[in-house]
Design a protein. Structure first.
Length: 149
């Protein structure tokens, strides 16, 4: 009897995963603490070493990250909607874009279209209901971490 229990539990767990779809479909929100942590880690070492500069940078990061509100909705039909509202250095951002998504193994590909119709595709690692997208270039590069609601 005990020999049948482990295989039975394994088969049951596979059935539960198969019935739940194992899909990434859902709504994801920006994980603000994780974004702030990633941005702080990317600060230059000399800025971290200077106590006053580090305190000023931490305050700036708090203000910037607290103003960021972003969601990505991955719909079961393979379409996606992305919303971003934020304020960076006095400039306000309020953007919505649409696109598509697909999950192949643990690789999530999101393709978004901007207002002009230009497509931008990103393939990221998907794990445990979360993923990270890198945006920007150089010193403006940011790692945006999203978690399923």
């Amino acid at each position: 009897m005990k020999k049948l229990l482990a295989p039975s539990l394994f088969v049951l767990s596979l059935f539960v995963v198969a019935c739940s779809g194992g899909s990434a479909a859902g709504t994801y929100e920006l994980d603000k603490p994780a974004v702030k942590q990633a941005m702080a880690a990317a600060m230059p070492a000399d800025a971290k070493a200077d106590k006053d500069a580090a305190a000023a940078a931490d305050k700036m990061l708090d203000q910037m990250v607290s103003s960021m509100n972003s969601t990505i909705e991955l719909k079961a039909d393979g379409t996606a909607t992305m919303n971003m509202k934020a304020e960076f250095f006095g400039s306000k951002v309020d953007e919505t874009s649409t696109g598509t998504w697909k999950l192949a193994g643990n690789k999530l590909t999101i393709t978004a279209k901007d207002k002009t119709g230009k497509e931008d595709s990103k393939t990221v690692d998907y794990s445990n209901g979360s993923f990270a997208i890198e945006e920007g270039e150089g010193v403006r590069k940011m790692k945006l971490i999203f978690r399923r609601k």
